[in-house]
Design a protein around this ligand. Structure first.
Ligand code: HEM
Length: 309
């Protein structure tokens, strides 16, 4: 089952942000770790300039992200990772991958690639960096995006990044803009986002959008309530936002989880909650999420599942 379940009593037009507590992990390592890191590294080898991009001048922030992520991994998964720090001389051991990396903290020449790109290859999360008063997207390693890409968004301020949805959830995006301007150092937050997909392909960056869309179009006639549960996937993003103390930039991390709809809906309580949220989501947002055409079948299926005891 999904470790995070973002469906309550009805659609929520608030941001859904919560404080990320000292006891909460920033980075999650789960049973898909090795497979997902392998996939990430393959994508980054095949198309490095598509999956990692940065503007110049953000080295301090990249090193801050590296330190934050490594220290968090060691704190929450000490059996899997070790970090020895002797001044600026750091030794990183990733026991899950049987790898050791020796480098000088703050010296980009001591790593084979950019520090943000390097640390992104240690975690399942996508890592994005926003900077400046208007929270511009200045750097990112983005392999498992849901329908977007760095090519489209790098260099854009927060407001323009969300241009396609601003009119649909305007108060939420106004609040989010304010949050980005005022997020204090030492008060990270997290939220969940959801979608329903026709594939469990993790890399849904924009270069795959047309293919996924075609897949959905082909499947639409074959999504009756009897089989829809085995043909759709619930995709959940756990997103965190952390203001970095030295650079003042914001780290935005995204961990993507997914599960077959039938698995989630085998729990009547979960089926009922998904039905309640989907049936109260604004039609324009359902259209944006490409859910409009299978909504009647989806709701019929979830209602039936919620009644099974
Ligand atoms: C509190 C913070 C945030 C809120 C409330 C928020 C909210 C949303 C919502 C409601 C959507 C519509 C899609 C959906 O619901 O699945 C969306 C899409 C998106 N968000 Fe955010 N978001 C936040 C932070 C960020 C940040 C920091 C980035 C940085 C890159 C980002 C990048 C995107 C992108 C690229 C899309 C897709 C836009 C498109 O279709 O072109 N979001 N966001």
């Amino acid at each position: 089952m999904l470790p995070y379940f973002p469906f309550g009593q009805q659609f929520n037009d608030k941001m859904g942000t919560r404080p990320l507590l000292e006891s909460d992990r920033l980075i999650d390592v789960d049973e898909h770790y090795s497979g997902q890191i392998g996939l990430k590294r393959t994508l980054l080898t095949e198309l490095p300039a598509y999956y990692f991009q940065t503007q110049s001048g953000y080295e301090t922030a990249h090193w801050e992200v590296l330190a934050l992520v490594l220290e968090n991994l060691v704190r929450f998964a000490p059996d899997s990772f070790t970090l020895h720090q002797n001044g600026a001389n750091w030794v990183w051991q990733n026991h899950l991958l049987n790898e050791e990396t020796v480098f000088t903290f703050g010296d980009s020449e001591s790593l084979p690639i950019n520090p943000l790109d390097w640390v992104g290859r240690q975690v399942q999360e996508d890592l994005l960096l926003l900077a400046g008063n208007d929270a511009q997207l200045v750097s990112g390693q983005l392999c498992f995006a849901n329908d977007w890409s760095l090519d489209e968004k790098l260099g854009l301020p927060f407001s323009q990044i969300h241009a396609p949805i601003v009119s649909i959830v305007e108060p939420m995006m106004r609040a989010a803009q304010m949050l980005m301007e005022r997020l204090p150092i030492g008060r990270p937050i997290w939220r969940l986002n959801w979608s329903v997909k026709v594939s469990d392909q993790l890399d849904m960056t924009s270069r795959h959008t047309a293919t996924i869309h075609q897949l959905l179009t082909n499947r639409l006639p074959f999504l009756p309530p009897d089989t829809i549960g085995n043909q759709l996937y619930i995709r959940v993003e756990r997103q965190t936002l952390t203001r970095l103390p030295r650079s003042g930039a914001i780290l935005f991390s995204i961990h993507t989880y997914q599960n077959l709809l039938a698995n989630e809906a085998s729990d009547p309580e979960r089926a009922a909650r998904m039905a309640q949220v989907f049936s109260t989501t604004p039609p324009a947002l359902l259209a944006y999420k490409s859910m409009t055409h299978f909504m009647p079948e989806l709701l019929a299926y979830l209602t039936r599942q919620s009644e099974i005891n």
